[in-house]
Structures are given as structure tokens and as C-alpha cells.
Ligand binder design. Sequence first.
Ligand SMILES: Nc1ncnc2c1ncn2[C@@H]1O[C@H](COP(=O)(O)OP(=O)(O)OP(=O)(O)O)[C@@H](O)[C@H]1O
Ligand SMILES: [Mg+2]
Length: 325
Amino acid sequence: MNSTALPQQEQPRQGPVLDIQGLSVAFRSHHQTWTTVLEHFDLRLEQGQATAIVGESGSGKTVAALAVMGLLPGYARVEARRLQAGNLDLLTATPKARRSLLGPTLAMIFQEPRASLNPSLTVGYQLKEAMPRGSTTAAAAALLAEVGMADPRARLRAFPHELSGGMAQRVLIAMALARKPAVLFADEPTTALDVTVQAQILAQLADLQQRQRMAMVFISHDLAVVSQVARHALVLYAGAVVEEGALPELFKHPAHPYTQGLINALPGQGDLQPISGLVPSPGQWPPGCRFAPRCPRASAVCHETLPPWLTADNSRVRCHHPLRP
Ligand SMILES: Nc1ncnc2c1ncn2[C@@H]1O[C@H](COP(=O)(O)OP(=O)(O)OP(=O)(O)O)[C@@H](O)[C@H]1O
Ligand SMILES: [Mg+2]
């Protein structure tokens, strides 16, 4: 080794920390048929970038994250043209090599905080398990303090049922950050919490993400929340991205009628205008544009052919009749 080389973790990264191209996920049903739930999914993140995935329930947000984490069940099929995290090609890596990424390279905060903690073990025990081997109690308390936990020493001795929802989520954030991951997936991390606690935790997460120069994929169905933590967003509809772009511009001037529909359905935008109709289930996606059956702008071509990507600088949209050029 060359004597001037930096220690491994300080070496500047070459290229993206996460590179996903053409990811698709299908699940096998009882009848041995495959149902695709996510298709054509692309996401490229450099160190320190925060992006969001938004979309209604069932659009495939969690599945996308779990596919990268390698945490989908055995009856799932994951395919991609490229699936790379850190320096590892996930398509060819051994299960052992993939597991070794969890913690230092990839970490995830799950949708349901309480279900992710073991009720019979103390917070301190579970937190130390997530930290590098031999971490001290003082280091565990410092980590809890960093995620905004009051009285961290006492909290280490607590069991999960003694924590409020907000405290439980702070413990999970601390566990996810314990090995300073290069990429953090935060899956609806504050949805289960009341608004005040939600705002505090979001601010803390955004601050930690920036200070640690961690890449973050923030998953939410709540557009208002997304702009507080991410600089870019992908809009997912029925298992495929329909639009992506920089924030807050994307939500100020959306190009896809579905994105516009999500914005119109936000409270506080005058009259609430929910998008009429229902999201089609996987296996029942229409040909052409999947949003066409619900789209006020749809014409014959929308029902027949999948729109091509229209690309401009930092944004792109998949629509035959976009709202702006
Ligand atoms: N383990 C599984 N087995 C079979 N189907 C699954 C499994 N997990 C998810 N799905 C299906 O995949 C699709 C996408 O689910 P996913 O959980 O990614 O949605 P989501 O966008 O995260 O929704 P939500 O906002 O409700 O969390 C859904 O149709 C769901 O029913
Ligand atoms: Mg989900």
C-alpha cells in the first residue's frame, strides 16, 4: 500500500453510491404465475444527495427499497440492468457479501417503528447490537443524543413499551445510523407520529443527512413532508416512475397529470380534489399509460402506447400530453 493513501473510509468516492437501472420486482403467486409490482425503476445517487420516492399506497415504494436492501422474501424475483451499492454489484454478489453491506453501506428505517424493535430487549442492548462491536454505553448514549433523544442514559435502560412512538422512531434512526451508512432508506419514518413530533424528527433527519454527507432515499406519500428533506423526487404510479425532478420546482410546476392530481388532493389547496377512480392493482395494469383511465388529458394514444420519456436538464416525464413543454 502506498504510504500516502487515506484510510479506507476517508477515500473520496468515485461515482454514485447507489446506481439502479431498469429494476423490476415480481412476486410468485400460489398458481406459480408471476405478478410484476415494480418496473423500469432507475435511481442514481451521489454521496450526500437526498431524493424522495412519492406515490400512493401500493405503488411500489417499499418494494423498491427492500429490493436494494436484499430483504424481499424468497418468492420475489428481482431483475435489473444495473444494481450497484457502494462498490458492490448486487446482481452478482454472494449473499454474504450483500449482508456485509447492511449497516455500513445500506441502512433502512422501516415504516412501523414499534414492530421493528424487540419488545423483550432493552433499548441499549438493541442499539449496541447495531453499533460497531465493542461500542461503549457512553457511545450509545451519545448516538441517542445525536438523534434528539432527551435523557439518553435513562432511555438505554428502557424497554420498547416504555417509549412513546416518537422515541421509538428516534431509537430506530439511531440504529440505522450506527455504522454511518453511505445510503439511508427512510420509509415513511414519521407517518405514524403526531405532527409536532413529526416536524422535529424530520428536521433532525435532514440535519444528520447533511452533516454526515449520507445519501438518503426518503419514502413518503406526503408531498408536503418530502420537500422538507429532499432536493429531488421520483413520482411512482402503479409500479412505474411517471415523473422526476428537482424540488420544490417539481411540485410547483408538475408536468405529469398524476403529479398535478396528487398536488390538487393536498389539504390546504382550496377545494380538495381527489383523483377520481382507483389505482389499478398489479396484474391489472392497462396497456399504454397506466394513468390513462383516470387522466383528464388522456387521448386514444395514451390507452395504446406507453409514453416515451421527455427529458429536460434535471427532470423527466413520461406523458403523451404533459402539462408543460
Ligand atoms: N411480500 C409481498 N408479497 C406479495 N406482494 C407484495 C409483497 N410486498 C408487497 N407486495 C405488493 O407489491 C405492491 C407494492 O407494495 P409496496 O409495499 O411497495 O407499496 P407502497 O408504495 O410501499 O405502499 P404504502 O404507501 O402502503 O406503504 C403492492 O401491490 C403490494 O400488495
Ligand atoms: Mg410502503
